[in-house]
Design a binder for this molecule. Structure first.
Ligand code: ASP
Length: 310
């Protein structure tokens, strides 16, 4: 099966389902859509189709950029943006909700607090299910837009040193991004306090795949040897003990002096929302890419939606 037909009708559940060919195809298509957005073209590629976005956890960027992508493609959207407004609060199971939405939409985008929920949803329908974040598990479409951003900002991905910093334990974006980057010739630096290290199963898989990987507890050290610094928020909602969160939340704070003192041109990324791990004065630096990164969600999700619906 070729790359295009592998994506047709596919669920998007985990970042490691993509091989290099699939990733390059998505990047290429996303670039095409970015150009057509710049030109203000009106598209009808997905005219007559409906996207359902079901968000059982808060979201700004992921839900809105999926919906914007579908609308830009001429399709339509139905949405559960607030979990309190769905029948889940009446005790409905996820598979029952999905079986119902199967009757209303052509593609289903799901965010849910439980790891593995997207897989469970995918089993309940033949329609493509896209994982928009399953608890502390995966966030594969964020990884696609992160990859696209790295390419846009740096001109290439192969050969770069990328530092992933912050809450690598609970951060689903970094789990997915590390897997996507493992398809390219990158060096990974994992910077986290000991309590927030990358889960060993993911780190071991990366090593087994031949990725050059180093771990450090020192943000400055990672900054001084990377091309891209990917900061993350300490994921408050994943802590059973609020005192532990309070103790860890300020572990890594990136300041303008740190970036300017790195002695190299560093691209700073963040999936957002940021709390206080990037000081606002970093925003004015040319390498601060996080708002451009958020905007890239639209062309990348346009690419993905068109590829999986054929
Ligand atoms: N927005 C990202 C996510 O949904 C990152 C974050 O919340 O910290 O995982």
């Amino acid at each position: 099966m070729n790359v295009v037909s592998r994506l047709q009708g596919a669920d998007v559940l985990r970042a490691d389902q993509f091989d290099r060919g699939g990733l390059d195809l998505i990047l290429d298509k996303a670039r095409g859509f970015a150009r057509s957005l710049e030109r203000g073209e009106r598209l009808d590629t997905m005219g007559g189709q409906i996207l359902a976005t079901l968000f059982f956890e808060p979201s700004t960027r992921t839900r809105l950029s999926f919906e914007a992508a579908m609308l830009r493609l001429g399709g339509q959207v139905v949405s559960v943006a607030d979990p309190k407004s769905s029948s889940a609060v009446k005790g409905e199971t996820l598979p029952d909700t999905i079986r119902t939405v199967d009757g209303y939409a052509d593609v289903i985008v799901l965010r849910h607090p439980l790891v593995g929920s997207a897989e469970e949803a995918a089993q309940a329908t033949d329609k493509p299910v896209i994982n928009a974040g399953d608890g502390a598990g995966q966030h594969p479409t964020q990884a696609l837009l992160d990859l696209y951003t790295i390419l846009q900002e740096r001109g290439e991905v192969d050969g770069l040193t990328v530092a992933l910093a912050g809450d690598l334990k609970h951060g689903r974006t970094v789990h997915s991004l590390a897997q996507v980057l493992s398809r390219y010739g990158v060096k990974l630096l994992l910077a986290a306090p000991d309590a927030l290290r990358m889960p060993p199963d993911i780190a071991n898989d990366l090593r087994a795949a031949g990725v050059s990987l180093e771990e450090t507890e020192n943000l400055q050290e990672a900054l001084s040897s990377c091309d891209v610094l990917y900061m993350t928020r300490v994921q408050r909602e994943r802590f059973a003990d609020p005192a532990e969160y309070e103790q860890l939340k300020g572990a890594f704070v990136l300041t303008r002096e740190m970036v300017e003192g790195a002695g190299r041109e560093v691209t700073v990324m963040h999936p957002l929302p940021r709390v206080d791990e990037i000081s606002p004065e970093v925003d004015a630096l040319p390498g601060a890419a996080y708002f451009r990164q958020a905007a890239n969600g639209v062309p990348v999700r346009m690419a993905l939606l068109t590829l999986i619906t054929g």
